[in-house]
Write a protein that binds this ligand. Structure first.
Ligand code: NAD
Length: 249
């Protein structure tokens, strides 16, 4: 297992699915974690779980679409644990699966506010803090939809391609300043988000996956912990597909 002992990390969308599994994995790897989530009860439940396992964690109610919330999340890491070394910018929503001309303009705006601007706001304040303390590592959640196109998902795919592009360019901005910026590109993963997007039948996506099954949140978490750890110290600007082979097709 990758080693995050002594590190302080934050996770957005840490109350459910991939974020929840990654919060647990980061804590198991030795990091103190700050969980930012829009839904307080889910985020607090993950904090209780980590503390019950002997780890260090706290919760900060956060809507990543609000810049002041992103700033407060970073400030909480510093006030609670003294520093910020790691960040997993993961909170996201999926939007509607309809052709582009049927996409709703107000819903499009909300999607970009969370999936695109939310990652920008968080990275901005995380990087300001990491520059002050001498470095850090960031992982953003993109998607296989951030690497390829899929019918009906033009806006979600646009938001995730934006995350892939922001990851690459930010990695270059800070490559000489000891801040690595990477992303994960999950394939279909068994979470409440996928259940909603598939009308309650997430396994319907298995047929599109070369390995013949959807992924588990813990399988994404393992990749994120590796990317955040010093084991990945020469990796930056990369979006790592964790997708059962989807992007190899
Ligand atoms: P999920 O719905 O299980 O969890 C998302 C969490 O984010 C929830 O706890 C929710 O409360 C929180 N959240 C939503 N909007 C927020 C906001 N504005 N501010 C703060 N928190 C907010 O979903 P998941 O499947 O774990 O998705 C996590 C990330 O992974 C998303 O970015 C999603 O686009 C991406 N992703 C998921 C899959 C998949 O198949 N599940 C595949 C590729 C990428």
């Amino acid at each position: 297992m990758a080693d995050l002992v002594g590190k302080v990390g934050l996770i957005t969308g840490g109350g459910s699915g991939i974020g929840r599994a990654t919060a647990l994995a980061m804590a198991d790897a030795g990091a103190a974690v700050v969980i930012g989530n829009r839904d307080a009860s889910k985020g607090e439940a993950v904090v209780d779980l980590i503390r019950g396992r002997g780890g260090k964690a706290c919760f900060q109610k956060t809507d990543v679409a609000q810049p002041e919330d992103a700033k407060a999340l970073v400030a909480r890491a510093v006030s609670e644990f003294g520093r910020l070394d790691l960040a997993f910018n993961n909170a996201g929503i999926d939007g509607e699966q309809v052709p582009l001309h049927e996409q709703d303009i107000a819903k499009a705006s909300a999607l970009f506010d969370v999936n695109l601007k939310g990652v920008f706001y968080c990275m901005k304040f995380e990087i300001e803090q990491m520059l002050r303390s001498g470095g850090g590592a960031i992982v953003n959640t993109s998607s296989i939809f951030g690497l390829n196109g899929y019918p009906g998902w033009s806006l979600y795919a646009a938001s995730k391609h934006a995350v892939t592009g922001m990851t690459k360019s930010a990695a270059l901005d800070y490559a000489k300043r000891n801040i690595r910026v990477n992303a994960v590109g999950p394939g279909p993963v068994e979470t409440p988000l996928l259940a909603k997007g598939t009308g309650g039948d997430p396994n319907s996506y298995s047929a599109f996956v070369p390995m013949g099954r959807i992924g588990q949140p813990e399988e994404i978490a393992d990749a994120v912990v590796w990317l955040l750890s010093d084991a990945a110290r020469y990796v930056t600007g990369h979006t790592l597909p964790v997708d059962g082979g989807v992007c190899a097709q």
